[in-house]
Design a protein around this ligand. Structure first.
Ligand code: IMP
Length: 443
């Protein structure tokens, strides 16, 4: 048995919720390490859809310990609404949920700043979820953030709020020309949240390490995806946290030596929400068909996702950064109707500048690896390998041998291209619509 990190290999929305839900059966602890309620992890159980934003997907199973780590940014109002929503559906949330006392809080001024900043950027906007994620992480790094623990020391909380708000209200009024926020109202609301959340708050670093020392199996549930990672993604069109495997160590206080495996979750094609370069994007009917067939609308914001072919250049980057020990390929069934399926194996980059990043100045060059400059990536064209589609339904198939030959060939192609074993293939939304080739926890 093993402690496994489940990490998005693309731009998020790879179907991590379903994979975590599936693997939870064999785990004791499920822990979130980064991001916030920008995430939307969808799990379908008995035709009922659950969308989790902050609470680890493991909460849907009985007798599992769920942890929200110090690396997560928490909007307490959103978290309470999520807990209440789960309880209404009959899901037990009590002694099975622990929240780090060191997790930073998303404050109403973070949400206001996120939204106003985006408006001010105009065509250069990132396309954030508008939930205050970026500004909350800015405060964390600037050492002016307010942490969960501060909720329980009303004097400290009040003072920090006063200091932060005096600067931010100046910005809101004078730069963004909107109404300033009332410290009294925020204080009163947050003291109410403190009363609700206090039974859940703990030293989760000690807790998770004690549980691991006792031999409990931990599933680290990543949010977003590697290409949205603040260090390794398509910066600046990224989220503000470490969405690759490094986030597990810093966001939970877990040593890298305690992570036994890293499962990369990738869709059988690619999607992206928000702005930023996307070389394999399909802006034609094919892209629209993928969106409709795959239900590609944001679980958090409802925004239509941009859709395109699989991008092996981005995936190779994700394999390198995360050291994936296995892959879960999701939504294979969405490609069932495609006559031809394309995979981007490299980029063609026609450099318009005199200072080229490669030696073939001025001439088109072939890039095997993801360029780090977004202005280069924006000018990359995909070089495709075309494969035959299978044009048969794969929905609900649970055995590899039952997949059509071309679908198996597609899976083999991905495996060989990325040089990583395929552990799971998801063939539908429901829990049991999956082919398990190798259980990453039980291996
Ligand atoms: P933020 O995380 O709200 O600041 O948004 C930054 C970028 O990350 C935007 O392009 C969002 O659409 C994207 N993003 C954030 N969370 C998710 C997610 O869970 N899935 C997919 N994209 C996300």
């Amino acid at each position: 048995m093993a402690n496994i990190a489940v990490i998005g290999a693309q731009w998020g929305d790879e179907g991590k919720g379903k994979i975590v839900d599936l693997l939870t059966e064999d785990a004791d602890v499920i822990a979130r390490c980064q991001g916030g309620h920008n995430a939307g992890h969808t799990v379908v159980i008995n035709n009922k859809k659950f969308i989790l934003h902050l609470v680890p997907s493991g909460i849907l199973h009985k007798n599992k310990t769920c942890i929200i780590g110090n690396g997560v940014v928490i909007d307490p109002k959103a978290l309470i609404a999520e807990i209440e929503g789960l309880k209404k559906e009959g899901i037990h949330v009590g002694k099975n949920l622990f929240i780090s006392e060191n997790a930073h809080l998303i404050m109403p001024y973070h949400v206001a700043l996120d939204q106003e900043c985006e408006k001010a950027k105009g065509s250069k906007k990132i396309g954030t979820t508008g939930r205050g994620i970026g500004p909350a992480y800015i405060d964390k790094v600037a050492r002016s953030g307010i942490r969960m623990r501060d909720l329980f020391n009303s004097g400290v909380f009040k003072e920090k709020l006063k200091v932060n708000l005096s600067d931010i209200n100046y910005l809101l009024e004078n730069k963004y020309r909107i109404k300033k926020l009332s410290p009294e109202k925020i204080y009163a609301d947050y003291m109410k949240y403190a009363r609700y959340l206090s039974p859940f708050v703990a030293d989760t670093v000690v807790l998770i390490n004690k549980l691991m020392a006792k031999g409990k199996e931990v599933l680290f549930e990543g949010a977003q995806g590697t290409l949205l990672d603040v260090d390794h993604g398509t910066y600046p069109y990224v989220t503000s946290s470490s969405a690759s495997v490094g986030g597990v160590c810093t966001g939970l206080g877990v040593a890298p030596t305690k992570i036994d495996g890293v499962l990369g979750v990738m869709k059988a094609y690619t999607t992206r929400v928000g702005a930023g370069p996307f070389p394999t994007e399909l802006t034609d009917n094919l892209g629209a068909a993928l969106r409709e067939r795959g239900g590609e609308y944001g679980a958090t914001t409802g925004r239509p996702r941009r859709c395109g072919w699989l991008d092996a250049v981005g995936l190779r980057h994700a394999v390198r950064i995360n050291g994936f020990t296995g892959l879960a390929v999701t939504k294979l069934d969405v490609l069932d109707e495609a006559e031809k399926i394309k995979v981007c194996i490299a980029y063609k980059y026609k450099n318009p500048y005199p200072t080229c990043i490669c030696s073939r100045k001025g001439k088109a060059c072939r890039l095997q690896e993801m360029p780090h400059s977004v202005s280069v990536l924006e000018r990359c064209e995909p070089i495709y390998k075309e494969l035959d589609g299978w044009r048969k339904s794969t929905v609900g198939i649970t055995r590899l041998k039952d997949l059509p030959g071309q679908a198996r060939a597609y899976i083999d192609y991905i495996k060989n291209l990325l040089n990583v074993k395929i552990d799971l293939i998801s063939t539908g939304q429901k829990r049991d619509e999956v082919i398990v080739l190798r259980n990453p926890i039980r291996r």
